[in-house]
Design a protein around this ligand. Sequence first.
Ligand code: IMP
Length: 171
Amino acid sequence: MARVLIDRRTIHKRVRELGIAISRDYAGEELLVVAILKGAAIFVADLVRQIAVPLSVEFMEVCSYDGTESTSRVAIIKDLQAPLAGKNILLVEDIVDTGATLSSLITHLRARNPKTLRVCALLTKPDRRLIHVDLDYLGFSVPNEFVVGYGLDYRGLYRNLPDLRILNSQM
Ligand code: IMP
């Protein structure tokens, strides 16, 4: 099996910490959590159960990857229907690589006049960044390797692995 990069207990502990920080920062407010399909589906399911403020969850779907290669073209496959004006949006992403996906989503969502817009990413690969994005909440920084598991895929597979693993040629 591929090498475990971050095991399930460590993920769970960090997700709890993120939920506590988010709950503290939004105390007295309501949140609209916008998760990016499909990679963030498992992370957001765990994360929202650690957040104590009233919230709703919506999903967007984007496509920017081809196998293990990031492309700069970010296509929105499924957009949000609900109005965002005056809402506190928390954008939840699985992993920030070049930054192209998040920066284009941030521009897209800002244009719809939310009250606040913050970003929560499970993982970041800082060495790969081409476009700067501010991450308000971050799970872990990871090296420049292709990561699968806990929602992250390679060509649609491995999202179901409970630990985060580094993809290798045997998989
Ligand atoms: P970016 O636009 O280059 O920042 O790429 C972000 C998207 O690429 C993420 O939402 C993932 O879908 C995908 N991605 C980037 N790195 C990995 C990885 O190591 N494993 C799985 N998906 C990845």
